[in-house]
Design a protein around this ligand. Sequence first.
Ligand code: ZN
Ligand code: ZN
Length: 362
Amino acid sequence: MDRIARIAAVRATFGASEIDVMLVPAPVNVRWLSGFTGSNGQILIDSDAAVLFTDGRYTEQSARELSAAGIDHLITVHDDRPTVSEAMTAFVSDRRLGFESTSVTVADHAALAASMPTAELIALAPHIAPLRQIKDAGERARLETAAAIADAALASQLASLRPGITERQFQLDLERAMLDAGADALSFETIVASGPNSALPHARASQREFEDGDLVVIDFGAAVDGYGSDMTRTFCIGDPTERQLDLYDAVATAQAAGVRTVADQVPELDVHQVCADVLDERGYGDAFIHGTGHGIGLEIHEQPILSSRSVGILRSGLIVTVEPGAYLTGFGGVRVEDSVVVTASGCEPITHAPKGLVPLPG
Ligand code: ZN
Ligand code: ZN
């Protein structure tokens, strides 16, 4: 992972933003820039230096993590807690300090203004999240490993898709399988939604037992070194009905059309629109009640967001999900989600688990 390039990318925004120093307080951005994973750390970057300000609890951890990230020569650590605020003030001095308005609370801002009376505080639109969109080779490798762990974990649990197993039990077994296979953590709380619960896009796993004829939506991911995968599969317990088959086929067709649309220079909106059009034609337009996809990375929902409000253009190196769904209250729902890497000619999936309403025997 090329963190030197990341710091350079932040510096490259200084001119347009008319700032001299950038404050980076959000833990996810601190991690992206430095590899530091502690709960208390802020980075100040100017044209010459980058300093991580943390406290004594993280002296050893920050040194280790910055060294592992290969940037201990680039980012220095200030960890003398009582003087952290003074040190930050001295670093900024009377210069123009930019910060993301989304990363600094009203209270933080008041404290900054009080401790840095000679600095000019400049609120900026999100700066670093856009820089995090394109994944470098190290990030892609981590996401591919995480996706492969999730694929294998699901395959190992398909035999448990049978009546009498609870959503909660399936969730715990699937999560355990991911952790056993090498995931550091889960990307997010696994969704296992069966029967009528499957009509809720973000249902939480409950004590409901799977029943014959249920649709089961499983949305989950593994995290490797902070990078989380994301996939959804929908299965039927027992033999699907004609209506279930039709709903599944409509969503799967929309999802495949969405994936086929993804390519460098394609408007993000097009991916969503293609999925929405297929579901419309099949009579499920009103049942598609969320966006089509999002970037993945250190956060589970990163830029870009692929939805009816998207205005951006896809670029090679983005890693995004394509996940249309259709939800019929009282009947059930279907969602199919893959994560793909955008390329010049299309995209390459990093999710490889087989699709189909009836789980293939593992
Ligand atoms: Zn998902
Ligand atoms: Zn997703």
